[in-house]
Design a binder for this molecule. Structure first.
Ligand SMILES: [Zn+2]
Length: 304
């Protein structure tokens, strides 16, 4: 295992500092390996910490491997040489084997998502991952409650799927997890059937019971007015927000595509043709950093 550059930091350190500074760090999924550099460029230009992430299901959608994503990350890191704090995060994963592989490839944090399982089982699986990852200096995010998809309604109100503050306290104590994805009204994907909301009172109640860092999934398409109060909570609010869909929509539009490509097909696009796509993704990331996350010019918060 090679030595990680100094500005490659753990999720725990990333989020501790964000909480203190009253901002959230964006976890951006470039989805395609050639697009990772757009996230580096945006972070560098905005002088903001950034997280680059990929989820198990995205690797399936785009038909490539975690090792290939990691290699592209390190190759592009060496070329772009960002100096802002950077983390490499494995998003939603059910598979312990993939988590071990990610850690071997230099990921600085992993998300074990056993939220579909009963509480006791979610605790047992998450605790195992925490033991393995912490022994290797890697942070862990888990999920409690169910974060659905934006184009699908799981129940009349979905509130029954929201994270329960008492359960959150028990879960964090039992697992030692560093960050917790909470279900408070946002969802993955494009909001069609559902409308985003952010239950700030619930976030306050969870944070009052546990010092764990809180993560909001489904950041795409959620208005800034809903997000801001959740970040700026006395005593700590949301310190990580995942954004994936908005990046891909901008990318495909800039490339004049109507549907998804495989990663191989994206790699086959010439540098010249890819340039507007990279610029579009970079612009979206910059916009999220400055208008949404409030992480602009916070890179120096990590110097001490
Ligand atoms: Zn998610």
């Amino acid at each position: 295992m090679f030595r990680k550059p100094e500005n490659i930091v753990t999720l725990k350190y990333m989020l501790q500092t964000a909480e203190k500074g009253g901002f959230a760090v964006g976890a951006f999924s470039p989805r395609y390996s050639p697009i990772i550099r757009a996230v580096f460029r945006a972070g560098q230009k905005m002088h903001s910490p950034i997280l680059v992430q990929i989820a198990q299901i995205e690797l399936q959608w785009y038909q490539y491997t975690l090792a290939e994503f990691a290699q592209a990350f390190w190759d592009q890191f060496a070329i772009e040489r960002p100096t802002v704090p950077v983390g490499l995060h494995l998003d939603h994963t059910q598979d312990f084997k993939l988590i071990k592989e990610a850690i071997a490839c230099g990921f600085t944090s992993v998300m074990i998502d056993a939220s579909a399982k009963p509480l006791a089982e979610n605790i047992a699986i998450t605790r195992q991952v925490v033991e393995y990852a912490h022994a290797r200096g890697v942070s862990v995010e888990a999920e409690l409650g169910r974060i659905g998809t934006a184009d699908f309604m799981e129940s009349e109100t979905d509130e029954e799927l929201f994270t329960d503050p008492d359960e959150a306290e028990e879960f964090v104590l039992a697992t030692g997890v560093d960050a917790l994805a909470v279900s408070v009204g946002t969802a993955h994907g494009v909001y069609t059937v559902r409308q985003p909301r952010v239950d700030v009172e619930r976030i306050k109640a969870i944070r009052a019971r546990t010092p764990v860092h809180l993560v909001l999934h489904g950041g795409s398409g959620t208005p800034k007015e809903l997000i801001e109060p959740a970040i700026h909570l006395a005593g700590g609010g949301i310190s990580k927000i995942n954004v994936a869909t908005d990046l891909e929509l901008a990318l495909l539009q800039a490339l004049g595509r109507v549907s998804r490509l495989t990663n191989e097909a994206m790699k086959a696009v010439s540098e010249k043709d890819l340039a507007p796509g990279l610029a579009a993704v970079q612009a979206v990331v910059e916009d999220k950093i400055s208008r949404f996350l409030g992480s602009q010019n916070h890179a120096d918060d990590y110097l001490d």
